[in-house]
Design a protein around this ligand. Structure first.
Ligand SMILES: Cc1cc2nc3c(=O)[nH]c(=O)nc-3n(C[C@H](O)[C@H](O)[C@H](O)COP(=O)(O)O)c2cc1C
Length: 318
């Protein structure tokens, strides 16, 4: 039998190096095992428009909350600026991870609606300062990646020499209040319990994610997403998801199972690092086409009509 080739882009870990604790492997397998019905009669070309926090975007496929891509690209600009430019050009939501204020400002200056995700620093004042700075730059939303507390040694992680620390429900309430009229998002939710705490804290949204495998044996975010939707059917929080969303077909499955919008992460890296913003535009344009194809074939005319009953797992409706 021919050996199966890992379909992921170059940035992904090749299959032979994978192990069972690697949550990325479980995302991929789970997403690939979700199959769809066809509902073609009375189906027309779908509309991908996303309405989010009072703004309108061209598609529910968003840029990832990346960081540390400081190397200067072929155009003399950083990859962070390059993908922000793609978001602006395509009218997509842009996300930015751990970046110092001045870098964040240069990325936000590309003009896309940008969400700033701040690390869970041990120094809470630093978080509050970065929230205030993001607000001064008209951030679309702000948040904290609450799944980046521990490192591989089981201690509070240290990134770029900066000490990270725990996040409590009370901390979340403080950040929500500091964000004020700017939506606050908790990134890195992977359980109903945490989703309920985020709601209690007043978060405007949660990002269902394990940050490409921070949690060994972590369940696929798309699986957690379904649990959260079932447990909290009336939540007002927006629910985002990522992890191994590499194609518009993956995006469709996450959206059908309850995500309001999704981020493509490492899937944009090959194009981004090779061709800058143009490489990202090519990748996401193709993903939008694939998403549209899936919505068309499943009779889903727009995002408000997403329907989990078109998806089957091992022959069973979910
Ligand atoms: C180079 C790189 C830097 C990242 N930096 C951050 C960060 O600073 N903050 C954050 O919340 N997530 C960060 N992430 C995680 C992504 O936002 C995303 O959650 C993760 O990559 C899962 O998506 P994927 O499987 O499609 O890559 C980073 C990921 C990569 C690859």
């Amino acid at each position: 039998m021919e050996e199966r080739k890992w379909p992921g882009p170059k940035g992904m870990i090749p299959e032979p190096e994978r192990n069972a604790a690697d949550a990325n492997m479980h995302n991929r397998r789970y997403l690939d095992e979700l199959l769809t019905e066809m509902r073609i009669i009375d189906s027309f070309e779908p509309d991908l428009t996303l309405h989010l926090f009072g703004r309108t975007f061209a598609s529910p496929i968003m840029m990832p909350a990346f960081s540390h891509l400081n190397k200067v690209g072929i155009t003399g600009r950083t990859p962070m600026q390059e993908y922000a430019a793609a978001a602006k050009k395509m009218n997509l939501v842009n996300w930015v991870g751990m970046e110092p204020d001045e870098e964040y400002a240069s990325i936000a200056a590309e003009g896309a609606e940008t969400v700033r995700i701040i690390k869970p620093f041990m120094d809470h004042d630093e978080i509050l300062k970065q929230i205030a700075f993001a607000k001064s730059q008209n951030a679309f939303a702000v948040g904290v990646d609450i799944d980046h507390v521990f490192g591989k040694n089981g201690k509070y992680d240290v990134v770029d020499g900066i000490q990270l620390g725990p996040v409590t429900l009370e901390d979340l309430k403080t950040y929500v209040s500091a964000a004020g009229d700017t939506p606050f998002i908790a990134k890195g939710v992977l359980s109903v319990q945490d989703a309920r705490k985020c709601e209690q804290a007043g978060c405007a949204g949660i990002f269902v994610s394990h940050h490409h495998g921070r949690l060994p044996f972590g369940i696929p975010p798309v699986m957690a997403l379904q649990e959260i939707r079932k447990a909290m059917p009336d939540t007002k929080m927006k629910i985002f998801a990522d992890c191994s969303i590499e194609t518009g077909y993956d995006a469709f499955k996450a959206l059908a199972l309850g995500a309001d919008a999704v981020s493509v992460g490492r899937g944009i890296l090959p194009g981004l690092l090779k061709e800058g913003s143009e490489g990202v535009v090519v990748k996401v344009t193709r993903m939008n086409e694939e998403l549209s194809e899936m919505m068309g074939y499943t009779g889903i005319g727009d995002l408000s009509r997403m329907d989990s009953s078109v998806i089957l797992f091992h022959g069973q409706h979910l």
